[in-house]
Design a binder for this molecule. Structure first.
Ligand SMILES: [Zn+2]
Length: 439
């Protein structure tokens, strides 16, 4: 526990040092700290505050950002000049409608569009979102994972063109693309080190797609995108420290610490799915034994429900198994005794892993989400009960549990959030000399 706390402290310290320009790019340390960096430019803070509080006045903006009114006026004028924000119909400041009306500010949703792509084992999803992160068009393509990466990227390219055509948005209006991939993905280097989607390892996905699409491409672990979506728009909007647990083909986790996505030293972040709930237990897709994923993910539930199940066949045709898990879930929810007990046991194991995570991290909330939420209470109830049963007693600020019913929009908005985070911060990051707040 102390080690984790020390690690978090160290990362915070490194972020501070970087902002002071005291760390050299050549060092490995720089890379790990940069991963935990969130945009801190005054432009970013102003844009993000306007996004979180639509139709805000300059006075309120100054209060919420802790900037002086002069600083706010300067930044908002520049944002207005660049058409990134708009002045909305004013609200009279004086009773009776007399006096000078106050001008309110809002994000210009048409200022640019971003494209989010999610690769999963049975389909590819594409979503265009506007400058506020609202989804304007979504499209899915059938796809079979565990493919050669060039074939996969061919399909991604076709999907992007088709999605933009259907959304009636020209490619030059796209400010950035973010692709969410399950597995070991480094946002910083753009590398996918391992994913069940590809048959190869260490693929520079961001670079390869950027060359194909001619626009900036970011990649991110899919669980991190969902976590970002929860922080920008969802259940974690008002929280500064929370964990998101995703249940799907695998078990994923994202973590927000001090309002910042925690990506760890390897750029990937926490891997709850491969934390152990039994020594020398059931075989996991990762090759190890006893991971919680081997007890509570879709494939683990299928393995328990069906004696014919094989991990290899699953990897070869995940789409077929996706349909089966959907059917099994319905039967369990309808009261099938054997299947209900399979979900109850899966939930209990998930609760054990979550309890361990809470003991180490003490988050304000744990948000359960992902495709696996199709099971509802039959999975989450035993998970939450077990996590509560195993918690330390006397904990005043108890961790809250939230279940968020899955929607395709969630990850798309996460992809939008990640891309917009870069765009909101951009000019000052590029210039390397940020306008300092004057208090
Ligand atoms: Zn594992």
């Amino acid at each position: 526990m102390f080690e984790i706390i020390e690690k978090l402290k160290l990362i915070k310290l490194l972020v501070k040092l970087i902002s002071l320009g005291k760390l050299f790019k050549e060092t490995g340390i720089f890379v790990s700290a940069q991963l935990a960096k969130k945009p801190t430019s005054s432009r970013y803070r102003v844009l993000d505050t306007i996004r979180r509080h639509p139709n805000i006045s300059r006075v309120e903006l100054a209060t919420l950002t802790d900037f002086s009114r002069a600083t706010v006026t300067g930044i908002t004028q520049s944002l207005l000049d660049n058409h990134l924000i708009i002045e909305t119909p004013s609200i009279d400041s004086n009773e009776g409608g007399r006096g000078r009306p106050r001008k309110m500010l809002d994000i210009n949703s048409e200022a640019g569009f971003v494209l989010g792509i999610k690769l999963s084992l049975h389909q590819m999803s594409f979503s265009v979102t506007n400058f506020k992160g609202d989804v304007v068009h979504t499209m899915h393509l059938p796809f079979r994972g565990n493919q050669n990466y060039e074939v996969t990227l061919d399909i991604v390219e076709i999907g992007v063109q088709r999605c933009l055509k259907k959304a009636e948005i020209k490619q030059e209006k796209i400010s950035g693309v973010c692709i969410g991939i399950p597995g070991y993905v480094s946002h910083e280097t753009g590398m996918c080190h391992w994913s069940p989607i590809f048959t190869e390892r260490d693929i520079p996905v961001a670079q390869l797609l950027q060359e194909r699409l001619g626009v900036r491409v970011f990649i991110e672990n899919d669980a991190n995108l969902i976590t970002l979506a929860e922080h920008w728009f969802g259940e974690g909007k008002d929280l500064s420290c929370f964990a998101v647990v995703t249940v799907e083909h695998g078990i994923g986790m994202g973590l927000v610490v001090d309002d910042d996505l925690y990506r760890g030293t390897n750029g990937i972040g926490p891997e709850l799915g491969h934390s152990k709930v039994e020594i020398d237990g059931k075989p996991c897709r990762c090759g190890q034994l006893g991971c919680v994923e081997a007890y509570a993910s879709d494939y683990a539930i299928l393995r328990e429900a069906d004696v014919e199940f094989s991990l290899q066949a699953y990897n070869e045709n995940p789409k077929a198994y996706h349909d089966t898990i959907t059917k099994i879930t319905e039967q369990a929810r309808d009261g099938d005794v054997h299947l209900s007990s399979v979900f109850a046991e899966a939930g209990k194991r998930l609760g054990q892993a979550v309890a361990n995570m809470i003991a180490i991290l003490n988050p304000q909330a744990v948000i359960f989400t992902g495709d696996g939420m199709r099971a509802g209470d039959i999975l989450t109830k035993p998970a939450i009960e077990e996590a509560r049963r195993l918690k330390l007693s006397g904990d005043e600020n108890e961790t809250e549990f939230v279940t968020h019913v899955w929607g395709d929009e969630v990850w798309a908005r996460g992809a939008a959030a990640l891309t917009l985070q870069h765009i909101y911060a951009e000019p000052e990051e590029k210039q390397n000399t940020s306008a300092k707040a004057t208090g």
